[in-house]
Design a protein around this ligand. Sequence first.
Ligand code: NAD
Length: 285
Amino acid sequence: MAAIDKVTVLGTGVLGSQIAFQAAYFGYDVTAYDISDEIMEQATERFAGLAAVYQADDVVAATPEKARAALARITLTSNLADAVADADLVIEAVPESLEIKRDMYTKLAQLAPAKTIFATNSSTLLPSDLKDFTGRPDRFLALHYANHVWRHNTAEIMGTVDTDPTVYAAVVAFATGSGLVPIELKKEKAGYLLNSLLVPFLTAGAGLLLGGYADAETVDKTWRIATGAPAGPFQIYDVVGLTTAYNIAAAQTDPQSQQWAAYLKENYIDQGKLGVATGEGFYTY
Ligand code: NAD
């Protein structure tokens, strides 16, 4: 299998922009695709913002030259055919909608050359939900980044039963080459490894608060002191953002999730307390 050199990222939103910049920062030729010229202007601003973040963050501590070189390696386009014409790897980070993603893979199947590997960054869909639309199930898998990729640099890699092991290995090598820690899943799992651990943990914290067993500070303090972990569940809720926590809970039908959604809405969302991003959530920042 030839090495991956040319990478195309579909979607320049929250994650797509970070995925593209991270790959460019580590020397890959990157093409970033989005749907309109207006959104590409926003993308230019996002990339400039990331160049500043990479210089300011002590994990990467980029020099101005390295940040400028990364920016110079990114080409923006709103033409999908041009975007994928010579790609070794396409990383799809379009909105989390089965319909939008299936439509995207149906188009890609026609436009991309046979050599191109497709990877989805979907957080909640399994690659099996999409593989039949790719026209190349053997060259398709999930490559899942975490938000703030330069700092939280895991890359969860998850194939389907159809993924060619040499394709999987090439994507593991790409992850390492782009400054990430490859996390290899042996088979498909909704939520990958991280959310399979994190979601039940956060749900348990919510259950303790809703049940009136302890307040948020006490739950967090217990976890920090007894395990040595830096943060308890409510500190993590504030970082993730309470809108995301609310949306996830509101989409569930079980009584605790419904109660949790109502609690978050009444006490936090309706008062503009959305977590770290707004300066207040369970804690004040
Ligand atoms: P986002 O809404 O910020 O960005 C999506 C981008 O895709 C937008 O710029 C949009 O214009 C573009 N796009 C490209 N093709 C499109 C099309 N055909 N139709 C509509 N829009 C199109 O979303 P995001 O948060 O970056 O999430 C993207 C993917 O990454 C999702 O699958 C999500 O599950 C995953 N993800 C997100 C996070 C996160 O913290 N936000 C973390 C890990 C994975």
